[in-house]
Design a protein. Structure first.
Length: 62
């Protein structure tokens, strides 16, 4: 799972908050989920489509 716009300073806390859900998913379904965090800078640099989709959703286009 990719999570965009997460500053470096917040990634560890968010990872800890997600841990319980990830563990439950594995324990109950035997599914391992890898979480990839992207900083706002890298979201802008490499994933411009994320910004475009979000803007379209906010405008009610999708």
């Amino acid at each position: 799972m990719e999570v965009f716009d997460v500053p470096d300073a917040e990634q560890r806390e968010l990872s800890h908050r997600l841990w319980g859900y990830l563990k439950k998913l594995y324990d109950e379904k035997r599914l391992a989920l890898l979480v990839l965090f992207h900083t706002p800078e890298n979201t802008d640099r490499y994933y411009a489509w994320v910004r475009q989709e979000h803007a379209a959703e906010m405008a009610g286009a999708t």
